[in-house]
Write a protein that binds this ligand. Structure first.
Ligand SMILES: [Fe+2]
Ligand SMILES: [Fe+2]
Length: 175
């Protein structure tokens, strides 16, 4: 009985799960580009490095999702994700609101980037649970890797903010 439930390939949850994968597949692709912009606009080398590292990791998130689509035998398609578009457009307005070559810019970029990471953490956290309940253990394991990497990216940003960015930003005065 349990097996037939777990292998129900026509379940509504499975269909919803696949739609949600398409959504995050789009989001990850947009984030590869956005992280390049964040890298360009950041002031400190430490933050630039963090954005570049996470851009590389994000490219592996895209290919990991392609691997998952392969395991599920569905075509890797994107579905426009309004949430990530909103988060990225907020990051762009933050760039407009802060000056080049300031630590206030870096503090603000961390603020914007952490919103993206938290969005991804929420998404992958739920997707891991769905994959498990659907009996897709290989898929759950892959999603779990990505979830861990999002958490690491988030902590790395917190460390940079608390390490020197916020305190130096505090010392910057308006001209
Ligand atoms: Fe990601
Ligand atoms: Fe991320």
């Amino acid at each position: 009985m349990q097996n037939s439930v777990l292998q129900n390939t026509h379940s509504r949850l499975r269909r919803f799960f696949i739609e949600s994968l398409k959504d995050i597949y789009y989001a990850e692709q947009q984030l590869v580009k956005a992280l390049n912009t964040l890298w360009e606009k950041a002031t400190s080398d430490a933050l630039k490095d963090a954005f570049e590292d996470h851009r590389q990791v994000t490219m592996t998130h895209v290919s990991r999702l392609e691997e998952i689509f392969g395991l599920l035998e569905v075509e890797p398609k994107i579905r426009k994700c309004e949430a990530i578009k909103g988060i990225i457009s907020e990051a762009n307005s933050i760039i407009d609101d802060t000056e080049n070559d300031t630590l206030t810019r870096d503090a603000a970029l961390i603020f914007a980037a952490q919103k993206a990471e938290h969005y991804e953490i929420a998404t992958y956290g739920t997707l891991v649970q769905y994959a498990r309940v659907l009996g897709l253990n290989d898929v759950a394991w892959l999603l779990e890797q990505t979830l861990q990497e999002e958490k690491e990216a988030d902590s790395a940003l917190t460390e940079i903010a608390e390490g020197f960015v916020n305190i130096r930003a505090l010392q910057e005065e308006e001209k």
